[in-house]
Ligand binder design. Structure first.
Ligand code: FPP
Ligand code: MG
Length: 322
């Protein structure tokens, strides 16, 4: 990540300025809430994808930078909403906006950011970009709703899970890459390649996130380990384990998901079941497969520092610890 940040250092600096500049509002409270989350040390993966894709596709000026900011705004809006839905207390090691200010301000500031993003995008008026982003945000909402419907459902299949994470995560990373391609005016083959690259990187990103939720420590993750299980989110490590588990193990998990509080001991027991049936190994292999697919997409581009950076970013996604 260090090397990537150096390669696009000036774009990243412009990005931070752009985030400040585009966040215009009469209501200073909105800025306070947005600053809290935007400055809380996010990895800026989505804006970095916009920038790298645009540079890879030959963008010479900085027209892509406001789009990188817009994508980060949309992501931030979804996090504000998601933390309300999940009733999350911490994110990135700090208290969530809903913990500090309550649910209502979080939802409304999320609405503001979401609307602001469209306002900014329409002002620039590139129909293809507007189309890509509108489709992505619709998918985001669908993904989050699908996940809600499947809460605590032990019958959740791998296909259900794939549909959820594709929509709630992969589609936005895919859109970020595609926007870079559109701004770079490349042909349809390259645009499709970048869209697919972003999609597979996004799938691997969420798979890794869901593994880390079981294995990382609270301090490196910035939120509590085991949160997914406590929120009733059945993710791939568990889905795979349940497919192979004994009736007794399955029963233990379904009873657990009905309980109002999952103890540390319960969580450790679920982890044992996952380990016994290679839930982590399987999820890691899926994640690596997506990264390999992602990297193959970039074969249509000739070698460049930006291509190398995207390939390295893909590898970072599966190897990250936070
Ligand atoms: C995080 O997942 C959540 C998302 C990636 C998507 C959230 C989408 C919405 C709330 C709906 C759409 C909203 C708008 C404004 C279009 P997670 O809970 O698994 O990850 P976490 O551990 O980081 O919270
Ligand atoms: Mg969440």
């Amino acid at each position: 990540m260090e090397e990537i940040s150096q390669l696009i250092a000036s774009d990243l600096q412009s990005l931070e300025q752009s985030i400040e500049k585009l966040l215009t509002t009469r209501v200073s409270f909105i800025k306070e809430v947005v600053h809290h989350i935007v400055k809380s040390g996010g990895k800026r993966i989505r804006p970095i994808l916009v920038i790298l894709a645009a540079r890879l596709c030959g963008c010479q000026d900085e027209r892509h930078v406001p789009y990188a900011a817009i994508v980060e705004f949309i992501h931030t809006a979804t996090l504000l909403h998601d933390d309300v839905v999940d009733n999350a207390r911490t994110r990135r090691g700090t208290l969530t906006a809903n913990t500090i200010w309550g649910n209502e301000p979080s939802v409304l500031v999320g609405d503001f950011l979401f609307s602001k993003s469209f306002d900014l995008m329409v002002a620039d008026g590139i129909p293809d970009v507007i189309g890509v982003i509108s489709k992505a945000t619709t998918a985001l909402a669908e993904g989050e709703i699908l996940e809600l419907i499947k809460t605590s459902d032990v019958e959740t299949t791998e296909a259900d899970y794939a549909e959820i994470i594709a929509n709630k995560t992969a589609v936005l990373l895919s859109a970020a890459c595609e926007i870079g391609a559109i701004l770079g005016c490349v042909d349809i083959e390259k645009r499709t390649a970048l869209r697919e690259f972003g999609y597979h990187v996004g799938m691997a990103f969420q798979l890794t996130d869901d593994m880390l939720d079981y294995i990382s420590s609270d301090t490196t993750l910035g939120k509590h380990t085991g949160t997914d299980l406590r929120e009733g989110k059945i993710t791939l490590p568990l889905i795979h384990a349940l497919k192979e588990a004994s009736d007794e193990e399955k029963n233990f998990v379904s009873v657990l998901l009905e309980k109002p509080r999952i103890t540390k001991k319960d969580f450790e027991q679920v982890k044992k079941t996952i380990e016994a049936h290679d839930g982590m190994g399987y999820t890691l292999r899926c994640s690596v497969e997506h990264i390999e697919k992602a990297k193959r997409q970039l074969e249509v581009f000739s070698p460049s520092d930006y291509k190398t950076a995207l390939l390295n970013l893909a590898d970072y996604i599966v190897s990250r610890r936070m």
